[in-house]
Write a protein that binds this ligand. Structure first.
Ligand code: NAP
Length: 335
């Protein structure tokens, strides 16, 4: 028997990517619903050649036995509607930041902590895009060598800020002032993603710190981050410096990464091979390159990690969670 699936925020950057990812999958969908705000009601989206009306999201939206809802309509919509949906028996996979750090909500990257899916009580959180790609590569190192400290520096695409972020770059290239970003993003680099918070870190930086600890179940892991927005449309690039607990053989570490689920190595500097945002855009893997020893500490490694922030960083990760639930590996009562 198939499922009833909904996409909430179906007209947005991530919502469109949901449709794109679902297009390439063979999920047993019996009924499909697309929701967005009042603004989009009456428009339509297309999935597998069929047109579906976009409906305004309301409390009544979940009164039709929807099994799984993929949410990407922002934190305030998730705050209100995710519990309503869950109460009506729907499993919500939420892309916003609203539920990620809630103790009762699992924060899941299927390659890393699939077992956590089964702990849900109606809501499962998708991590922040920059955290997802980082932990896909860090998790195998954490298991094999242990992690002592992690330093993130990110170079994040404008699509991470939704439709208006994209437009700010497109129109900024024609000299228009930004609407989403605090400064022009065209021909610029902004060390400012989301709002400034405790200790003058941005919320994006704090998300990376806290979500990494939660996913890897290392609550005291020293992690620090500097997140920057760069004039790239799709694909977040990250310099990840990890200090390991034990010594390591570099070739063995690279081989471990190469066979890790979700990782594709692009690491042949002699031949100019390393991943860039353009390599990752539209693709599913987390690309890892520039893997090299950090000589400044006893046992450290530097990596360059790139992924499509809208696919693996959002829509694909959520659909992979849904696949596991549908496959019986993580639904309520499973595992
Ligand atoms: P976006 O392009 O601005 O799209 C927002 C979507 O949410 C639109 O479909 C919008 O509908 C809908 N929406 C807004 N308010 C709503 C409401 N009150 N009720 C129902 N629908 C509402 O943003 P996005 O980039 O797709 O991001 C959506 C969420 O995913 C955010 O929480 C974001 O943090 C998260 N996320 C984004 C990325 C990324 O790389 N972009 C990665 C990870 C997570 P209308 O078209 O009708 O306005």
């Amino acid at each position: 028997m198939g499922i009833k699936l909904a996409v909430v925020g179906a007209t947005g950057m991530v919502g469109r990517a949901f449709l794109d990812v679902l297009e390439g999958k063979d999920l047993p969908i019996d009924e499909f619903y697309a929701f967005a705000s009042k603004r989009s009601a009456g428009t339509a989206v297309i999935l597998k050649g069929r047109e579906f009306p976009v409906e305004e999201l309301t409390e009544a939206s979940f009164d039709r036995g929807i099994d799984i809802a993929l949410f990407s309509a922002g934190a305030s919509a998730s705050e209100v509607f995710a519990p309503i949906a869950a109460k009506k028996g729907c499993i919500v996979i939420d892309n916003s930041s609203r539920w990620r750090m809630d103790d009762s909500v699992p924060l899941v990257v299927p390659e890393v902590n699939p077992g956590d899916i089964a702990r849900h009580s109606g809501i499962i959180a998708n991590p922040n895009c920059s955290t997802i790609q980082a932990v896909v590569a860090l998790a195998p190192l954490a298991v094999r060598y242990g992690l002592k400290r992690v330093v993130y520096s990110t170079y994040q695409a404008v699509s991470g800020a939704g439709r208006q972020g994209w437009l700010d770059l497109e129109e900024g290239e024609r000299g228009k002032p930004p609407k989403k970003f605090p400064r022009p993003i065209a021909r610029n680099c902004l060390p400012h993603i989301d709002v400034f918070a405790d200790g003058d870190y941005t919320k994006e930086e704090l998300k990376m710190v806290n979500e990494t600890r939660k996913i890897l179940v290392l609550p005291n892991l020293p992690v620090t981050a500097t997140c920057a927005r760069v004039p790239v449309f799709i694909g977040h690039s990250e310099s990840v410096n990890a200090e390991l607990r034990t010594s390591f053989d570099l070739d063995e570490l690279k081989a471990l990464l190469a066979r890790s689920e979700g990782v594709v190595m692009m690491d042949d500097p002699a031949n100019g091979i390393y991943p860039t945002a353009l390599d990752a855009a539209g693709a599913d893997p987390v690309y890892v390159g520039r893997v090299r020893r950090d000589y400044s500490v006893e046992s450290g490694v530097n990596m360059w990690i790139v992924a499509d922030n809208i696919r693996k960083g959002a829509a694909l990760n959520a659909v992979q969670i849904a696949e596991r639930i549908i496959g019986g590996k993580g639904g309520r009562g499973c595992e």
